[in-house]
Each structure stands twice: as C-alpha cells, then as structure tokens.
Design a protein around this ligand. Structure first.
Ligand code: ADP
Ligand code: ZN
Ligand code: ZN
Length: 749
C-alpha cells in the first residue's frame, strides 16, 4: 500500500481522566480531508467491539505507526462539540511548538487531572468582614479579653479563609468561639460540597469605589474599544497604590455585563485575603478561586464549575489561565512582570505569551498590569503592539509616595561603621520604635551568613552534590539551598585542614540576631523560606505583624510583595545591590522591580513613609531610578544596555539545557549539538547572521544533585529560526548514541 497518500491523526479519547491518555492513531478519510485539524472533536470506532467513541485530534502526520491496513478510520466529526476543549487543545499544540515539549506534557499543563478518590468533606471558615471592620472586631475582642476570638480573627488578616482543621490544631479554637461569630455574621462555615463562595448570603456584593479621573480614563478607553468590537492587548502601568485593581474591576464588569467570562491572573504570593475579598465584594458568587492549597480533586471541581458555566470569573495564579471558559471575553494579568508567571518546569511557558495566544484564539482582550512593567511588555506598548494606559498618582488623595534615601555603605565603612546598620537607618529605626510605628527590613538572602570559607586556603565549603557553597544556618549547621543537603559545621577546613573557618556576608537570620542586639526590647519577626516552611507559617507571621504583635519584620523578597500594612512607616533595604551582581542579563530589571516594590510598602497608611536603600553601588541606575520611582528613566537606560548586548526584548533568546550524570557525555553531546547547528547555518550563506550561538557554557551552577548541566544559547530575531533549531536538535538527539544519557530541554525568553 502506498502510505504517501494517507494522512493520519493522533486522537485521545478522554482528555480529563487520571493522566491524559495516550493518543491512538487513526486514518483521515478522504471526505474529511481539510476538516481535521488540531483540537477538532471526532467520532471513532474504538476497542475490540469497535464501539463508537468521541475523541480529540491532538496531532496530524503522514507516517503510520504500524501496518496501515490495521489502522482504523475516523468515522466523522462529532456533533455538539465543546469548543472550549478544542481551544485548549489548540493552545497545548501552540505550547508544544513554541516551547519545545511533547504534546502530552503540553496537554497535562492545560487540562487538569481528575482524581479518582474524592477528598473527604472538609470545612472551611470564611471571614465576611472587610479590612476596617475586621480590625475593629479584633480590637474589641482584645479589649474584652476574648483571647481565642482575637487569635482567630487576627488569622484572617493574612488569609481569605482558614480550614476548620487549622483553626482547631494551630490556633486551638473551639466551636464555642466560632458559634457567636457566625451568629453575628462575622464568619461563615462552608463545607466542600457547596460552592465555595464566601460572601453568599452576606448580600454585600456590588460595592464599588467611584473612580478618580485617571482611573476613569483608563477604564473608559478599554470599554470604548470593547464596545467598538476591538480586541487587543493593554498595558496598565500604574504606580503602587494607584488603584489598578479598581480599573480591572470596572473593565471586568463591563465585559461580564455582555455575558462574557473573565480570567484574572494574580501571582500566588499576592493572592491574599485582602485581594480576593475585593473581587468577592464586587462580583459575589460569580467567582471561583484557584490556589496551590487546593487538592487535585478540588482543583478539578473548580474546573468543572467553570466548564459548566456556573461561574464567570476565575481568579488564580498561572494555571488559572487554562480555565475552560467558553465565552471568554477578557484576561487580566496583574503584576505581569512577576517571575512566577514563567514556568520553571517543562513546558517552560510564559503566562504572558500563553495569555496573548488564548485571548487571540477566543476573541478576548488582555490587560497586563504593573507598577514596574517587564521590558518586554513596555517595549511592545511603545511599539504600538499593545495600548498603554497610565495611572500616575496614588488613588487615595494625600497618600504620597515615600521619600527614598540612598546610603553609601562604602562611606560608612570609611568612617568606621562596620555594622550592618548605617547610622541613618539606625536613627530612623529608633525614631519609629519610639513612636510605636512599624518597620520592615529587607535582605535578599536567607540563612545566617551566605557561606563559610577558609581564611587559610580561601576555599568556600561546598555542597558535595552541587556546585555551590553551603549556607550557614544558625551557628552550627550548613545547608545547600539547591538540593537540601545539610551537615553540622565542621571544625576543620575540608580542603586544607586548617581550623580557621569563618562566615561571610549575612542573611535574614544574622540580621535578626544583630537587630535584637542593636534594638533591645524591640519585638522582631522573621519571614523567609525557613520560617514559613510549615503550612500556614506564612499567614501566621503576616497576621501577627498586622496585629502589631511585632515592631520589626525582617524578611526576604517574600515581605515586599503585595502586603499592605498601614502602620509601616519605614522600610530598610539592607543591601540593595545584592541582586545586582548575579550572572543574568535581567538582574538590573529584577533589582529595579524589587526595590520599587519594597519602597511602595512604606506609607500605605495615613502617615508618610520613609525608605532607606543601603548599597555599595549608590550610582547604579537601577538603584537610582528605583529611589526616584522613575520607571521611564530606568526603561530607557536598560533598553540601551539590552540593545548594546543584543538581549531580549530586542531579540529572542533560546537556552538549550543539556543535563547528564556523566560530565563526559554531557560535553560531547553539547559540543556535537553546536557543531551540527553551525554546519547547518553555514549552508544559509549570508542568512546565517540570523542566528547567533554562544557556548556551550557551564550553567551558573554546573552541578545540582549530582547532575551536570551545560547551556547553549541561541539569539535570534526570528521565532521560526528557533523553531527550526529545535527541530534539528530533536532529530539529532533521537538518533545519536551520545545523547542516550543526556537530557535536552529548552527555555525561551
Ligand atoms: P494598586 O493595585 O495599583 O497598587 P490598589 O488597587 O490596591 O492599587 O488601590 C490602592 C488603595 O486605594 C486601595 O486601598 C483601594 O481600595 C484604594 N482605591 C483605589 N481606587 C480608589 C478610588 N477610586 N476611590 C477610593 N479608594 C480607592
Ligand atoms: Zn582551607
Ligand atoms: Zn546540594
């Protein structure tokens, strides 16, 4: 039989079962040619009895997997197809092609996994009070001496809901504390069986602020476009506290009123009680929420609710993008610059790109919002690929941006101050402590010191499994932040045997200890990956700080993201340049974003705030521009740097990651890949300038968990060239012995 005349389709039967099922190959009959494409629903004969089943096309090709005579034929198109599943399958297909992964990996990303076992009934406590009412209730409970009640209510300052189990175990709350609060309408108890809509019955939704002029203009431009039938991408650039959320909600309401559905993406770390309640108060039970605390079963239930049209707004982190909304009208992506929007596992997709794709495919618009837009998003807005909407003032009048002071640590040292606290920062801390105001101190590194090294031979103590220095935790333990390996601090240098081992630099733990010494009597809380490792640890610390159970909160970047504490009037950044000297072309951008956000934490309440950036590089533009909160100035300097170095957003950059337990095989495979690509591009003649190859080089950490890693970078202005390169490498890897023990992954930025 001449196989060349046939086309074949890979079809999966049930896309929402256990694992995404393995695809089966079918022949496309002549009559259906041209109608079969990725995502289309078809009827097929299945199994021994050839019973009719429905499946989805996930791949098309011309190579039969086995004897053509035995491959069955598609019977026809399936009537009454659910377009949204087809749409998501198409999105998975795009993901596979854009990011270089298998169709199966892509499908698992866009479709949830159904769990066989139903989670046993779980009850949840939900707070129905808004922020001021909640704080008032906490104050009253405190005055009356209701300790348990105060403890329970305070917990809601950091979270929208609390499981009954956590309340009982962690907070030692009994039914006698809960009952009166439920009767007063302060709390509601929910069981898993019901729809999870906290304010149901409270009748409180529909509340909204009157937009100020800037907000109204931004929302007005979107709604006017929407009514004119224009769909597209918008970038809402608004300083911290300018009221971006109110603008989102105005746009959402407009779209919902036309019977459409909305997806709201919010980074997990900002998905707090305060944030979620704002959406609930406006939209009530039309909302479903996804977060990482949900089990697979709960996640699937939320997915079902969306698919059946029982909700029209899905709020959640990255994965909420795949909510099965059939009438999708708008996607909102808050804090679009956040690193968490990029997947760190295969497929390494960026939610911004995937959201654009999904919006385009379903005739929806996309609003990206940020106080510090990513270089990519802002560049697109300047090029006219998206529309720029701006908010330049804080929404609540009288609340100004805090004044930022830059302190030069080199000068401190020259003048004899060896402490981690500059004289200026110490003075301000003492002032705030005296006034009983709160302080946040930010340091970009957890642990005690960053590493321990030998003063005799100069060698740092390294992890035996990874290519990084171990970090000192407490006074006597070393741990690896990459693989979790941990050992007691040794007495002698493992390299030369000298007894002179000492710690360098400082992390959160060291800072906490020093602060206790410098400011005796102050109450200090620490928040980092170590203190929040326990489930709920995060919320408990935020709640305690919010209830003014501490004066100083010390932490890593966790503390600068999205939390509002009205009483914080001083933010100190201990070492503003710590993140500036990492081997990543985005380090200035990250530093600028982090510092701008940290500064935005001060003075959210009525009292004006002060911010101190301590740094060894007081003249660096990322630090200067963050201090003056000047985004445009930062953008233009950073863009000049990216242009000079040919980095994104001025080109696309693809990292090909090779990894292997054998360094020899790794080197051979990476070199072979480069050689094959170079030869291939030689053939292009002058066209070869379209791609630029760098490496292969060692990954910034060469060895992790005993696996060695190398990277080949390819820069190109053209996506299709990167696609072609992936194709070449995939063929090479599947047919070459050298790649047997070497894994290849792709990462595009
Ligand atoms: P952003 O997300 O831009 O940082 P938010 O949307 O969180 O800002 O708004 C900051 C604060 O201002 C919030 O407490 C919000 O309730 C308040 N706010 C925003 N817009 C208005 C408005 N038009 N009228 C009154 N208060 C507003
Ligand atoms: Zn030594
Ligand atoms: Zn390690």
């Amino acid at each position: 039989m001449d196989t060349g005349t046939y086309e074949f389709a890979d079809i999966i039967i049930d896309i929402s079962h256990e694992k995404v099922d393995k695809p089966f190959q079918y022949r496309i009959p002549g009559a259906l040619k041209g109608q079969i494409e990725i995502g289309v629903r078809v009827r097929i004969p299945f199994g021994k009895g050839n019973g009719m089943r429905t499946g989805y096309v996930v791949g098309i090709g011309s190579t039969p997997e086995y004897d053509v005579g035995r491959i069955k034929e598609i019977s026809g198109l399936a009537p009454g197809s659910t377009p949204v599943r087809s749409q998501l399958i198409k999105l998975a297909w795009w993901m596979k092609r854009t990011y270089g992964c298998t169709m199966n990996q892509a499908l698992k990303t866009v479709l949830p996994v159904k769990q066989a076992i139903k989670a046993k009934e779980k009850r949840t406590l939900v707070c129905l009070l808004d922020g001021p009412a909640l704080r008032a209730a906490i104050g009253e409970a405190g005055k009356k001496g209701y300790k348990a009640r105060k403890r329970l209510l305070s917990a809601f300052l950091g979270t929208p809901e609390l499981s009954m189990e956590a309340a009982a175990k962690r907070l030692k709350i009994t039914a006698s504390t809960i009952r009166p609060l439920v009767e007063q309408g302060a709390l509601a108890v929910q069981s898993e069986e019901e729809d999870r809509s906290p304010v149901r019955g409270a009748g409180a939704w529909g509340q909204k602020a009157v937009l100020n002029e800037e907000q109204a203009r931004a929302a007005g431009r979107f709604t006017a476009d929407y009514d004119a039938g224009a769909r597209g991408v918008y970038l809402l650039h608004g300083i911290t506290g300018s009221g971006k959320t109110e603008v989102y909600m105005e746009c959402m309401e407009h779209v919902l009123a036309q019977g459409k559905q909305v997806i709201v993406l919010i980074p997990e770390i900002s998905l707090t009680y305060q944030t979620v309640m704002r959406f609930y108060r406006r939209f009530g039970d039309r909302i479903a929420i996804l977060n990482s605390r949900l089990s697979d079963g709960e996640r699937f239930d939320q997915w079902k609710r969306a698919e059946e049209g029982r909700v029209s707004v899905m709020i959640g982190p990255r994965s909420a993008l795949f909510a099965p909304f059939e009438r999708l009208g708008l996607i909102i992506m808050d804090e679009e610059h956040e690193g968490a929007y990029k997947s760190e596992t295969t497929p390494r997709y960026h939610a911004r790109e995937a959201a654009k794709r999904r919006a385009m495919d379903s005739g929806a618009s996309l609003i990206l919002g940020s106080a510090t837009p990513s270089m990519e998003a802002y560049q697109e807005a300047l090029l006219g690929e998206s529309r720029l909407l701006v908010l330049t003032r804080r929404a609540v009048s009288g609340r100004r941006l805090p004044a930022v002071e830059i302190v030069d640590l080199r000068a401190e040292l020259r003048e004899g101050n060896k402490s981690m606290f500059s004289r200026r920062l110490r003075e301000l801390i003492e002032d705030r402590l005296a006034k009983q105001e709160q302080i946040m101190l930010f340091i970009n590194r957890r642990g005690y010191s960053n590493f321990v090294s030998c003063r005799s031979c100069g060698e740092p103590v390294r992890c035996p499994h990874c290519d990084v220095s171990l970090t000192l935790h407490g006074k006597s333990r070393l741990a690896c932040h990459y693989c979790g390996y941990s050992v007691p601090l040794m007495e002698k240098c493992p390299s030369c045997g000298s007894p002179y081992l000492a710690g360098f630099g400082a992390g959160t733990q060291k800072l906490e200890e020093l602060a206790k010494k410098e400011f005796p009597g102050s109450r200090i809380l620490r928040m980092d990956a170590d203190t929040t490792a326990r489930k709920g640890g995060h919320e408990a610390i935020l709640a305690a700080f919010s209830a003014h159970e501490a004066d100083i909160l010390i932490g890593t970047q966790m503390i600068v993201k999205g939390h509002d504490f009205g009483r914080v009037t001083l933010v100190g950044v201990m070492a503003a340049d710590l993140s500036l000297n990492t081997p990543d072309y985005r380090c200035s951008e990250r530093t600028f974003q982090l510092l701008t956000q940290a500064a935005g934490r001060a003075g959210r309440g009525e009292t004006a705030g002060a911010v101190v950036f301590q740094t060894y590089q007081p003249d660096h533009y990322a630090i200067r521009c963050a201090a003056s909160q000047d985004y445009e100035a930062f953008f233009s300097q950073e863009l000049a740097y990216r242009r000079a170095m040919n980095y994104p957003p001025l080109c696309r950059m693809q990292a090909v990651l090779f990894s292997s337990a054998s360094p020899g095989a790794l080197g051979a495979a990476a070199d072979l890949a480069r050689d094959v690509l170079l030869r291939e591009f030689e053939k292009d003649g002058p066209q070869r300038e379209n791609a630029q190859f760098i490496g292969p080089v060692h990954a910034s950490v060469y060895k992790v968990n005993d696996i060695y890693r190398k990277i080949l970078y390819i820069k190109s202005g053209k996506c299709d060239i990167l696609d072609r390169i992936r194709g070449i490498l995939e063929t090479l890897a599947s047919g070459n012995e050298v790649f047997r023990t070497v894994a290849v992954q792709y990462d595009i930025s």
